[in-house]
Design a protein around this ligand. Structure first.
Ligand code: PMP
Length: 438
């Protein structure tokens, strides 16, 4: 491994021109002890090459979208073809109908779809649509679930089990945060309490049905059923944020995942999508029940628009990516690789006396540096940030690229090889050994 000198130089240069040197705070190394992030130059399959010529195995998958690996030939060809035909028309295209059909077939609760440009936009608009439909203002969300950076969902829990929110960011008026109620995930009693108190003002309950953002957490048995039932008793809508979960665990979304026996009982009214459905280009989408979606302009009074929305390049990449994911055995293979990795990582941590709880869902998992189970955000926060930081750096120095965040998942792709997995387990064992010596 070459010293990452060029990355450090570029970081200095970036700091002079780009705020914080990065275009998304999650890319900064602030949470893992600071310093220059690695500047990547090229990516192919499951590998990155940085500007100093080092090669890495990538488990970041760009925070989820790159499920077919980097520069997958089928996806690349689709993007090239779209570029040759012109990248943006400002008119409808037949391609949009094709991707909308594919999404609807995979996620039947979506009678109607609308494409936007990011997960943030998709979520933000589902809230507007729910508010327009119910003519109510408040929303309920769950602590630790990230739903993009729009005002309403960048709100944290106040103190107590069920409270009005406090802004998670400067620049969000308290009046907006007060429209948000935050309750603990996997806790139906708290949801019930919140609905009893504010239910008549609640437009929607927003949830990641399988949580990505505090470390791959499954809903407890009956949680989603209970959530849907309670929410509807109060006349509010259920919104699923499936920006991470759709097409990550199987060809479909969390609401159609085989681990949940009664799909009809957990269907939401609205769903927000992003990431994988754009095959690595910018995209978002939202959809839901016909009568709810008819609120949206030009049919209804809820306005939402987008110059780039449904652009042929993103749509083509999305179609190509979903086509790859239809190949039989893809998800099973990613799951088998993740299982092997998890077993290797856990065994290495155990041998060195390092606390480790791994939450795995098919081909994605999170390594929590703690000994207790992680079923909600409070428990996730018990994961040791310093241990994670040390592990992250030891892994990076051995050519394994993880997200610089202790909650973020490791994502397998269709491009990871057995050799990548073996190399990663070796690096993990070595990282734990180094950590145990300190
Ligand atoms: N919802 C969830 C569940 C997410 O994980 C993210 C992004 N990590 C978003 C929404 C926001 O998506 P985007 O970054 O495309 O705006």
């Amino acid at each position: 491994m070459q010293p990452r000198e060029r990355s450090s130089e570029l970081y200095e240069e970036a700091l002079a021109h780009i705020v914080g040197g990065v275009n998304s705070p999650s890319r900064s190394f602030k949470a893992v002890g600071g310093g220059a992030p690695v500047f990547m130059e090229r990516a192919k399959g499951a590998h990155f090459w940085d500007v100093d010529g080092n090669q890495y195995v990538d488990y970041l998958a760009a925070y989820g979208p790159i499920i077919t690996g980097h520069a997958h030939p089928h996806v690349t060809q689709a993007i090239v073809k779209a570029a040759e035909n012109g990248t943006l028309y400002g008119t409808p295209t037949a391609l949009e109908i094709k991707l909308a059909r594919m999404l609807k077939e995979a996620i039947p609760s979506m009678d109607k779809v609308r494409f936007v440009n990011s997960g943030t936009e998709a979520v933000m608009t589902t809230i507007r649509v729910a508010r327009a439909y119910t003519k109510r203002n408040k929303i309920i969300k769950f602590a630790g679930c990230y739903h993009g950076h729009s005002d309403l969902v960048l709100v944290a829990a106040g103190s107590g089990p069920s409270t009005l929110g406090i802004p998670d960011s400067a620049g969000i008026p308290k009046s907006i945060a007060h429209e948000v109620i935050t309750v603990p995930f996997n806790d139906l009693d708290s949801l019930k309490e919140a609905l009893e108190r504010w239910g008549e003002d609640v437009a929607a309950v927003m949830v990641e049905p399988i949580v990505g953002n505090f470390g791959m957490v499954m809903p407890k048995e009956g949680f989603l059923e209970g959530l849907c039932k309670l929410t509807r008793e109060y006349g509010a809508l259920v919104i699923y944020d499936e920006v991470i979960s759709a097409f990550r665990f199987h060809y479909g979304s969390a609401q159609t995942y085989h681990a949940f026996p009664d799909h009809a009982a957990i269907e939401p009214d609205l769903t927000a999508l992003g990431k994988i459905i754009g095959g690595g280009l910018p995209i978002g989408a939202y959809g839901g029940r016909k009568h709810v979606m008819e609120q949206v302009a030009p049919l209804g009074p809820a306005y939402q628009a987008g110059t780039m929305a449904g652009n042929p390049a993103s749509i083509s990449a999305g179609i190509a990516c979903l086509e790859v994911l239809q190949e039989p055995g893809i998800y099973e293979r990613m799951e088998a690789q993740a299982m092997k990795l998890v077993e290797g990582i856990q065994a290495g941590a155990d041998r060195c006396g390092i606390p480790m709880t791994i939450n795995r869902i098919r081909g994605a998992f999170s390594t929590h540096f703690c000994s207790h189970p992680v079923t909600n955000y409070d428990e996730a926060q018990g994961s040791d940030a310093e241990l994670f930081g040390a592990y992250f750096r030891h892994m990076l120095d051995q050519g394994i690229c993880l997200a610089p965040s202790r909650f973020e998942a490791w994502f397998l792709t269709t491009a990871h090889s057995e050799e990548d997995i073996d190399r990663t387990i070796e690096a993990s064992n070595e990282s734990f050994r180094r950590m145990a010596i300190k």
